[in-house]
Ligand binder design. Structure first.
Ligand code: FES
Length: 124
């Protein structure tokens, strides 16, 4: 299935009466549209985000490698995390921390929740 058939990006914002955004969740797709071992990528404003199903658990992170300008959605997903296609640093998707050089800086990690078979990520 093509990414544009999956990603829908419906916003659920909680805003106070003073205009402060308390939380900002985006409904990305249905849980059963992201199978084990699969990744999808999407953009939200200026964020480039990777969504991955790692052995049944869903993770969301920035998808541009912190070492250089490589798109991790074209990398390899293994039980250690996502491996960059350019110089092969592997990022732990729970923490964002690279497990080997040359990348040294962590990826930004986003909170994920599953409700009624829908995947949401917090994009604050
Ligand atoms: S661009 Fe990812 S490790 Fe170099």
């Amino acid at each position: 299935m093509k990414k544009q058939d999956i990603v829908k990006l419906i916003h659920l914002k909680v805003i106070t009466n003073t205009g402060e955004i308390l939380s900002n969740w985006v409904n990305v797709c249905k849980l059963n549209q992201l199978k084990k071992g699969e990744m999808i990528d999407f953009d939200y404003n200026d964020k480039k985000i990777l969504l991955a199903n790692l052995d049944g658990k869903i993770y969301a992170s920035d998808r541009i490698c912190t070492h250089a300008d490589a798109d991790l959605s074209t990398g390899i997903l293994t039980e250690e995390g996502v491996t960059c296609p350019l110089h092969l640093s592997t990022f732990n998707l729970k923490t964002g921390i690279p497990e080997n050089l040359p990348a040294e800086l962590p990826l930004k990690i986003y909170n994920v929740k599953i409700e009624q078979n829908e995947i949401y990520i917090e994009v604050n």
